[in-house]
Design a binder for this molecule. Structure first.
Ligand code: NIG
Ligand code: FE
Length: 435
């Protein structure tokens, strides 16, 4: 007989876990020890003590998972990636090791342009296959929500193909995908002599086509000395605003040309990178409720030496998210957990801030805070289960993956099936159903 059909209150309950709920409050990490969490459908239905849960379950037939020795956090959210692309840039890595800078490579027509060539020639299936591998790695580290940008097409067809592939990932994996049309990433070679024509096209017919096909949940632009100017970016953001598309902005990665302030002016969901940003712009971000998305993988890859002003951001009350920035040029990074470690060691975040940066604050950066990012009754049942002794271990160790499994929209996925190669042996208990 189907045991699940007999009971209507809960579909699953995990009993005996320690929870890092990431709710703001008295306890660091919103910790609840020896706790229990129940889900019904796609939502968290109940949170309480293990003792109370055992009483409630009683004789009823609910799939009960013994979660003793496990920590449960909200499913992780990687809120800034360029995960769909063709080829890779290992050869440029070798050039940079010989002393050529990222900017020099970009100005010489390599960098983003070389990925544009590779992405234009890759078909839908090749793009999807490569992106699936990358996304599976993140999923195996507890990621249940993933933002993916376009920006390596620079023509309408390829931009649309990238976003279509990104959407498709969300149907193939236990991951919610949020897409951003990164219309202004670089000027394509064919319009190098007339950048205004490109900005006009992106801000006009292309944006309209992307929006009417519902391919993008938001927009993004690269506003920096080696990319797009303030006025060009403003034109694009105005068009996006008219279409009611939320805004992210690459701001202050290489220099401060006022991009962060522009993000605040437009009430952007997030301003990303922010290595170079002044105090007035930080105040403006705080006022606007814009999230600062910190990207230590790009900072590390480019061997930058000017970290984002974390103490000023903290003092001003700007929420800080952390993300992989997964991309072939500046952050060929398949590990969100490594980013937690780098956010602490390179940027000076606390371990708790780093975890908030990939849960509650990352949800805010995607405009999803009312739906996910913390463990609370009514929120989406996106969970990550960990074999750790305390939440700081997620930031403390690197190069290892203590994720035991995930629950996505109420469905249980074990670590072994999330592995890119299709599964290794599981070690130890991971909250197996008990009779
Ligand atoms: O976030 N800054 C712009 N975009 C990417 C890099 C893109 C690339 O080099 O391919 C970033 O770092
Ligand atoms: Fe980026």
């Amino acid at each position: 007989m189907n045991r699940r059909a007999q009971h209507t209150d809960w579909d699953h309950v995990w009993i005996g876990a320690d929870l890092a709920t990431m709710r703001a409050g008295a306890e660091p990490y919103g910790v609840m020890r020896d706790a229990a969490l129940a889900v019904k459908g796609e939502r968290i239905a109940w949170i309480g003590t293990a003792i109370e849960a055992r009483g409630r379950v009683g004789q009823r037939s609910i799939p009960v998972h013994d979660a003793t020795g496990l920590w449960i956090t909200p499913g992780l959210i990687d809120c800034h990636t360029h995960l769909v692309y063709g080829g890779n840039r290992a050869a440029e890595f070798e050039q940079r090791l010989l002393g050529v800078s990222y900017e020099q490579i970009a100005r010489a027509g390599g960098g983003i342009q070389s990925t544009v060539e590779a992405t234009r020639t890759a078909g839908h299936d090749a793009l999807l296959a490569a992106a699936l591998l990358r996304a599976r790695r993140l999923s195996a580290e507890g990621v249940t929500t993933l933002e993916i940008k376009s920006g390596y097409g620079l023509d309408l067809n390829t931009e649309a193909r990238m976003l279509t592939v990104a959407r498709e990932l969300g149907t193939r994996l236990p991951i919610t995908v949020r897409t951003s049309f990164l219309g202004l990433h670089a000027v394509p070679r064919e319009l190098a002599a007339d950048r205004q024509a490109f900005v006009d096209r992106v801000s006009g017919p292309w944006l309209e086509a992307i929006a009417s096909a519902r391919l993008a949940d938001a927009v993004d632009a690269f506003c920096d000395s080696i990319a797009f100017k303030l006025q060009e970016t403003e034109q694009y953001l105005r068009a996006a605003q008219a279409l009611r598309l939320p805004i992210h902005l690459h701001a202050g990665q290489f220099s401060d040309i006022g991009a962060a302030r522009l993000a605040a002016q437009f009430g952007a969901l997030s301003a990303d990178h922010l290595e170079y940003v002044d105090e007035a712009a930080i105040q403006a971000l705080a006022q606007a409720g814009t999230v600062a998305v910190l990207l230590p993988g790009a900072y590390y890859t480019l061997r930058q030496t000017h970290p984002p002003p974390v103490s000023l951001l903290r003092q001003a009350g700007v929420p800080m998210a952390v993300s992989t920035d997964n991309n072939p040029g500046t952050s060929p990074c398949g590990s969100i957990l490594l980013m937690l470690n780098m956010a602490c060691t390179l940027f000076g975040l606390t371990a708790e801030e780093a975890l908030a940066g990939v849960t509650s604050v990352a949800a805010q950066a995607l405009g999803l805070a009312s739906d996910r990012g913390t463990l609370e009754v009514g929120k989406r049942a996106d969970l990550a289960l960990w074999r750790i002794g305390q939440p700081a271990e997620l930031s403390y160790s690197f190069g290892s993956n203590p994720c035991a499994g995930i629950v996505q929209a109420g469905t249980v996925h074990r670590w072994s099936e999330l592995e890119p190669q299709g599964g290794r042996e599981q070690v130890g208990p991971i909250g197996e159903e008990v009779p």
